[in-house]
Design a binder for this molecule. Structure first.
Ligand code: 5GP
Ligand code: ZN
Length: 117
Protein backbone atom coordinates (compact mmCIF):
# COMPACT_ATOMS: atom_id res chain seq x y z
CA UNK A 1 0.00 0.00 0.00
CA UNK A 2 1.52 3.27 -1.17
CA UNK A 3 0.32 5.35 1.77
CA UNK A 4 1.41 2.89 4.46
CA UNK A 5 4.53 4.00 6.32
CA UNK A 6 5.60 0.43 7.13
CA UNK A 7 5.15 -0.67 3.50
CA UNK A 8 7.44 2.22 2.64
CA UNK A 9 10.01 0.92 5.13
CA UNK A 10 9.70 -2.56 3.55
CA UNK A 11 10.26 -0.96 0.12
CA UNK A 12 13.28 0.98 1.50
CA UNK A 13 11.60 4.23 0.49
CA UNK A 14 12.11 5.62 3.97
CA UNK A 15 14.99 4.71 6.26
CA UNK A 16 14.83 2.52 9.34
CA UNK A 17 17.42 0.89 11.61
CA UNK A 18 16.86 -2.65 10.37
CA UNK A 19 18.00 -5.38 12.77
CA UNK A 20 16.71 -8.45 10.90
CA UNK A 21 15.18 -9.24 7.55
CA UNK A 22 14.31 -12.32 5.56
CA UNK A 23 11.92 -13.27 2.79
CA UNK A 24 8.81 -12.76 4.92
CA UNK A 25 9.53 -10.36 7.78
CA UNK A 26 11.59 -7.31 8.62
CA UNK A 27 12.52 -5.97 12.07
CA UNK A 28 13.65 -2.45 12.88
CA UNK A 29 14.15 -0.15 15.85
CA UNK A 30 11.05 1.79 16.95
CA UNK A 31 11.40 5.53 16.33
CA UNK A 32 10.14 6.31 19.84
CA UNK A 33 11.49 3.51 22.06
CA UNK A 34 9.61 2.68 25.27
CA UNK A 35 12.27 0.29 26.64
CA UNK A 36 16.02 -0.30 26.23
CA UNK A 37 15.04 -2.58 23.35
CA UNK A 38 11.96 -1.62 21.38
CA UNK A 39 11.96 -3.34 18.01
CA UNK A 40 9.05 -3.71 15.62
CA UNK A 41 8.76 -6.94 13.64
CA UNK A 42 6.47 -6.69 10.62
CA UNK A 43 5.44 -8.90 7.73
CA UNK A 44 6.48 -7.68 4.28
CA UNK A 45 2.87 -8.33 3.33
CA UNK A 46 0.47 -5.50 4.14
CA UNK A 47 -2.10 -6.71 6.67
CA UNK A 48 -3.83 -3.78 8.46
CA UNK A 49 -4.69 -5.41 11.81
CA UNK A 50 -4.96 -8.82 13.45
CA UNK A 51 -8.66 -8.64 12.58
CA UNK A 52 -7.72 -8.97 8.92
CA UNK A 53 -5.70 -12.18 9.17
CA UNK A 54 -6.62 -14.99 6.79
CA UNK A 55 -5.68 -18.64 7.00
CA UNK A 56 -2.64 -18.24 4.77
CA UNK A 57 -1.21 -15.71 7.28
CA UNK A 58 -0.97 -18.22 10.13
CA UNK A 59 2.65 -19.18 9.44
CA UNK A 60 3.56 -15.53 9.05
CA UNK A 61 2.42 -14.77 12.59
CA UNK A 62 4.63 -17.56 13.87
CA UNK A 63 7.55 -16.08 11.99
CA UNK A 64 6.99 -12.67 13.58
CA UNK A 65 7.14 -14.24 17.03
CA UNK A 66 10.16 -16.40 16.25
CA UNK A 67 11.99 -13.33 14.95
CA UNK A 68 11.08 -11.52 18.18
CA UNK A 69 12.46 -14.39 20.25
CA UNK A 70 15.67 -14.41 18.19
CA UNK A 71 16.13 -10.69 18.86
CA UNK A 72 15.52 -11.25 22.60
CA UNK A 73 18.12 -14.05 22.65
CA UNK A 74 20.65 -12.01 20.68
CA UNK A 75 20.24 -9.09 23.10
CA UNK A 76 20.50 -11.25 26.18
CA UNK A 77 17.07 -10.83 27.78
CA UNK A 78 15.25 -13.89 26.48
CA UNK A 79 15.67 -15.55 29.88
CA UNK A 80 15.05 -12.53 32.12
CA UNK A 81 11.94 -11.59 30.15
CA UNK A 82 10.48 -9.52 27.38
CA UNK A 83 7.09 -8.55 26.06
CA UNK A 84 5.44 -9.18 22.69
CA UNK A 85 2.66 -6.69 21.99
CA UNK A 86 0.30 -6.28 19.06
CA UNK A 87 -2.12 -3.40 19.40
CA UNK A 88 -5.40 -3.67 17.53
CA UNK A 89 -7.43 -0.59 16.66
CA UNK A 90 -8.36 2.45 18.71
CA UNK A 91 -8.81 1.20 22.26
CA UNK A 92 -5.44 -0.56 22.15
CA UNK A 93 -3.72 2.50 20.73
CA UNK A 94 -2.86 1.19 17.26
CA UNK A 95 -1.52 4.08 15.19
CA UNK A 96 0.08 2.30 12.23
CA UNK A 97 -2.28 0.03 10.33
CA UNK A 98 0.22 -2.55 9.13
CA UNK A 99 0.49 -5.45 11.57
CA UNK A 100 3.56 -5.16 13.78
CA UNK A 101 4.89 -7.01 16.80
CA UNK A 102 6.42 -4.78 19.45
CA UNK A 103 9.43 -6.51 21.04
CA UNK A 104 10.08 -4.78 24.36
CA UNK A 105 12.84 -5.77 26.71
CA UNK A 106 15.83 -4.81 28.78
CA UNK A 107 14.08 -3.71 31.96
CA UNK A 108 11.24 -4.96 34.17
CA UNK A 109 7.78 -3.99 33.01
CA UNK A 110 4.50 -3.43 34.79
CA UNK A 111 1.18 -5.16 34.33
CA UNK A 112 -1.64 -4.47 33.62
CA UNK A 113 -0.90 -2.04 30.79
CA UNK A 114 -3.69 0.39 31.69
CA UNK A 115 -4.39 2.65 34.69
CA UNK A 116 -6.65 1.43 37.45
CA UNK A 117 -10.27 2.40 36.85
P1 5GP B 1 1.19 1.13 17.39
O1 5GP B 1 0.81 2.30 18.26
O2 5GP B 1 0.50 1.19 16.05
O3 5GP B 1 1.04 -0.21 18.05
O4 5GP B 1 2.75 1.28 17.15
C1 5GP B 1 3.30 2.03 16.14
C2 5GP B 1 4.76 2.21 16.49
O5 5GP B 1 5.44 2.62 15.31
C3 5GP B 1 5.01 3.28 17.55
O6 5GP B 1 5.71 2.69 18.64
C4 5GP B 1 5.83 4.34 16.82
O7 5GP B 1 6.83 4.89 17.63
C5 5GP B 1 6.42 3.56 15.65
N1 5GP B 1 6.64 4.33 14.44
C6 5GP B 1 5.75 5.14 13.82
N2 5GP B 1 6.27 5.64 12.70
C7 5GP B 1 7.52 5.12 12.60
C8 5GP B 1 8.57 5.26 11.63
O8 5GP B 1 8.45 5.97 10.63
N3 5GP B 1 9.72 4.56 11.86
C9 5GP B 1 9.87 3.76 12.95
N4 5GP B 1 11.05 3.14 13.07
N5 5GP B 1 8.90 3.60 13.88
C10 5GP B 1 7.75 4.27 13.70
ZN1 ZN C 1 1.62 -1.64 4.92
Amino acid sequence: MADCIFCRIVAKQIPAKVVHEDADVIAFEDLNPQAPTHVLVIPRKHVPTLNDLVEEDEALLGKLHRAGAAIAKARGFAGSGWRAVMNVNRDAGQTVFHVHLHVLGGKPMGWPPFPAA
